[in-house]
Design a binder for this molecule. Sequence first.
Ligand code: F6R
Length: 617
Amino acid sequence: MCGIVGYVGGQSALDVVLAGLKRLEYRGYDSAGVAVLADGALVASKKAGKLINLEKELVERPLPAGGTGLGHTRWATHGGPTDANAHPHLDGAGRVAVVHNGIIENFAALRAELVARGRTFASETDSEVVAHLLAESFAGCGDLAEAMRRVCRRLEGAFTLVAVHADVPDVVVGARRNSPLVVGVGEGEFFLASDVSAFIAHTRSAIELGQDQVVELRRDGVTVTDFGGAPADVRAYHVDWDASAAEKGGYDHFMLKEIAEQPKAIADTLRGRIGAGGVLTLDEVRIPPDVLREIDKVVVVACGTAFHAGMIAKYAFEQWTRLPCETELASEFRYRNPIVDARTLVIAISQSGETMDTLMALRHARERGAKVLAVCNTNGSTIPRESDAVLYTHAGPEVAVASTKAFLTQVVACCLVALYVGQVRGVAAGRGAEVREAVRELAGMPGAVEDVLRTMEPVRELARSLARKDTVLFLGRHVGYPVALEGALKLKELAYMHAEGFAAGELKHGPIALVEEGTPVVVVVPSGGGQSVVHDKVVSNIQEVRARGAWTVVIAEEGDEVVVPYADHLIRVPRTSTLLQPLVATVPLQVFACELATARGNEVDQPRNLAKSVTVE
Ligand code: F6R
């Protein structure tokens, strides 16, 4: 949700910033802008629409070269996606430029105050107030970092800010509250960015900024303080992936690359966590065993695709820990008075680690004394920082807006946590064979997903053949239900089609009225050797929709012959236990949505209206 880059050093700031913005465009693509300090003057350029529009503008009207600059790619909140609302925002005199990610909640009062002092505004954004406030503060103290601290003390809401001032040409300052900002440390050059991918081509040394901190970058070093000016403790770290991981690597879309990376991503999630005899070693779970033994309830909070992973986690927790488990939409949990206390284990699932709804939900839970374990993909992001413990999924950077490898690795990580908690609580002891089998099966999942990926051509053909349909329905039961929801979400966000996921048993209570002659209905048939009651119920549900004219696409495990007469199109997935089926059954739905989006001429990696990291509530 908005991408920010800042640079000071010996290279052309414009080149560094534009290359960084390209990497961050997944965070928002409503407009883009840059500002550079050159020969004591501040020059800026900004354009509505994708970064390419700004790049064209810069070819037509080039900016002079300089070694200090900043840039922004926007996901609009306050004010539409116009040139005027694009960042950076300048003060009236054009001496200060500022870029912002987040929402300044008290901007109306601040704007009224500035207008009363005679300041005029060029945009409808909440962000522009910062440029004016910074200009005034700097005029008072002559120190940009101090001016930033003074301004931050007046702001309410969530903000990452990066600013430059024409009077201090070798300085870039940044500030963060609730939105991400990382420092890249080079030799005689420093970077600021919403995430490390923006500077990974230059350095893999990074510094994680904490909550309510201000950073000053100069060519000779970095200073970090809190908003009061006191020196702050920061954590330096080495980024364990390189620039190639953030490239498309020959694929047409990042999404295709990330779908293909899933076997490796799962293997990386499992690596080093399964010991001899299937004993799990989750060293990062710093919640002491005696605290875990006292837990009497698990609550999973997440949004979107991560929420669907959380729905699957509920089955895993109930099965392997025998603890009651609820999965809650983070945005709903936050505004309830939930029954959560020191004996509750809250699992916060987030790829980005920055989703504001999930962050607020975890704070809500911690205020009530709950222990929070984050399942997260992004090292050093806010959600793990604010949690009691974290299990990183190690899926590598996920650039496509539609989540794929993050989802599968979240499911795997949640299974690991559930099995681990079961192990610690001794639940596993009585069911040793089942648990050993589950661990063994998890270890085999990279291979199983690899097998699914090898058989996707018919799914792509199917998607192309359905490109003109208006509606696709998805049905599943048990863990197949979140898979159905995930299939529908992928189709909505990528193909812009009416797609709905239903619990198959719920269909007869209303939604079946949507089925008409030729409606495509995708059904996830439970695995487990076709023995389960739930399998037979789903087979009945397929017959119910066929009787009303549905055209069925059936996802069923190898060897399930019962479903064959009821499938207009059959997608085979490897045989798994029921609980782990989502890891193989979701993959065809990802491929299906990606291909349908392509067939309909949509942008796969940057679907309309969306942003990868949703840092507003
Ligand atoms: C859908 C998608 C979103 C995210 C959701 C949570 O493809 O990507 O629904 O899953 O915004 O994001 P994270 O996991 O970063 O908290």
